[in-house]
Design a protein around this ligand. Structure first.
Ligand code: FAD
Ligand code: FES
Length: 275
């Protein structure tokens, strides 16, 4: 069992700070002992009274404080995005596997809101003297997140930050995969970490294999129980909530038939992934 029974107890927390990251992305901070000890890549189930319960990555954790960074894409994420200081949120977790620190030269690739669990990872890697290049891809300038936080890590620890947008309105023009390909062809990395769309993770996995670099990626599936019981998050022989969400190269190889091609809908039916 990857989680402790106490992690699954619902706690009610109060939002203590809200930071606007982009037009439709906000980071909400709350106090919780368990979440403040979470490792990068772990997630919580956030319960919004009268709305829904949804999985969200923990985007920061320290000194009793934790945060989630939410993109407003539907009913539940919209409701969280409207929350202000003093509002309450139900939480369970942290759940799932986490990114493992390995190697001395890491390449991190974030696609859009996929940056949420990767900022904390970059911070942890840098504080252990791992050299880190961080690629953040977005559609356009207004969707870039964590600009200040990445700038802080660049100034404090020498993090290399590469922004890339589809339309070239911020940083390089292109995709996060293009930028990763360029970085890999120029520099020797010994670990690759990613979170974002499955099509991006699929392409990065092929690059990681080409350059013989171990990879870890955080995957998403519909989640309900978050503790391996309900089966909503089945992917191949894995339950993403329990065996993931962080998959290593071996696990990614196992799910290549499905990754970026099929997912399960709320009825549990296997349906094609739209990109
Ligand atoms: C492990 C994990 C970590 C995540 N971390 C973040 C994060 O840090 N920030 C963030 O903004 N989003 C994150 N997500 C995605 C987030 O859970 C969905 O965007 C959210 O559930 C959408 O709910 P909604 O009601 O706003 O939108 P809806 O209109 O209900 O759904 C919008 C999309 O989200 C998917 N979705 C809906 N409910 C769930 C669910 N229970 N589990 C998984 N996917 C769902 C749907 O398939 C749909 O494509 C994460 C998902 C997972 C599985
Ligand atoms: S969410 Fe229930 S088994 Fe994973």
């Amino acid at each position: 069992m990857a989680w402790h029974i106490k992690n699954n107890v619902l706690r009610i927390v109060r939002i203590v700070k809200v930071k606007v990251e982009a037009r439709d992305v906000k980071t909400l901070y709350f106090r919780d002992d368990l979440c403040s000890q979470a490792k990068p890549g772990q997630f919580i189930m956030a319960w919004i009274p009268d709305v829904d319960e949804i999985p969200l990555s923990i985007s920061s954790a320290s000194n009793g404080l934790a945060s989630v960074t939410v993109k407003d894409v539907g009913e539940a994420t919209h409701a969280i995005s409207q929350m202000e200081n003093g509002d309450i949120l139900g939480i369970r977790g942290p759940f799932g596997s986490h990114f493992r620190i390995m190697g001395r030269n890491a390449l991190i690739v974030a696609g859009g809101i996929g940056a949420a669990p990767l900022l904390m990872l970059a911070d942890r890697l840098l504080s252990r003297n791992v050299k880190v290049s961080f690629i953040e891809g977005a559609k356009t300038r207004s969707e870039i997140i964590f600009r200040d936080q990445l700038g802080f890590l660049r100034d404090k620890y020498g993090l290399e930050v590469i922004f890339v947008t589809d339309d070239g309105t911020y940083g390089l023009r292109g995709t996060a995969v293009d930028a990763a390909e360029e970085a890999l062809s120029k520099k020797r990395f010994d670990s690759l970490y990613a979170c974002g769309r499955e099509s991006m993770i699929r392409k990065l996995y092929c690059l990681a294999e080409k350059y013989s670099i171990p990879m870890q990626a955080s995957l998403e599936r519909i989640m309900r129980c978050a503790i391996g019981i309900c089966g909503s998050c089945v992917m191949g022989r894995y339950r993403v909530c329990r065996d993931g969400p962080v998959f290593d190269s071996c696990m990614l190889r196992d799910v290549m038939g499905e990754l970026g091609r099929f997912k399960r809908n709320f009825r549990g039916e296997k349906v094609p992934v739209e990109d």
